[in-house]
Design a binder for this molecule. Sequence first.
Ligand code: 5GP
Length: 212
Amino acid sequence: MKQGQLAVISGFSGVGKGTVIRELIRRNPEYHYSVSATTRAPRPGEVDGREYFFLTQEEFDAWEAAGAFLEHARYASKCYGTPREYVRRQREMGFHVVMDIETDGAFQVKRSCPDAILILLIPPSAADLKERLVGRGTENREQVIARLLKAQAESKLAERYDWLVINDDVERCAQVIHRIVNGCGRPEEDRATCLEIVKQISLDLPKILKSL
Ligand code: 5GP
């Protein structure tokens, strides 16, 4: 059986990765979501084993020591990691595996699985990103600041992604990702324009951070 693809989706906090991934899976049952482990606390409505495996620091360290993670990274003072076995098994069964992970982890995955497809979701603008992140109301001011600072650092890494996709519409974005995974990425998805948007966002972020 043909091995499934590995689609690694990254993007600034608040860009809407979760919503786009849910839409992708809803439309295409051949995708399976890689549930990560984390030491951060669950948000209201999040269920252990569905959004994340919520672990204590000791549990996370034990998983890491046992080599259970395909990749792992720290993000805003918390640990996140991808359980290795699930990804391997699903791909072996022919399912495409989709991951929502930050940049350090994405590059670790690319090193161990060179055929992984790295996709960066970008917001239409920095103001839009702030609106989404502050608007969802799940983080306090310090957490919003930490996440925007991380976005600033991540914006420097955009060029290392195979594909950049603007999340201006959830359905369109899910369709674009599906085409990319199937080797039919849109030639009209203009990489230069996307990189220009990312550059503008990194210029705008300091002003936004000051205003918080
Ligand atoms: P959140 O706390 O908002 O759910 O996620 C914070 C960040 O951690 C997001 O950028 C998300 O993509 C990333 N993330 C989630 N799971 C993993 C993981 O298993 N590994 C890595 N490296 N990053 C992850």
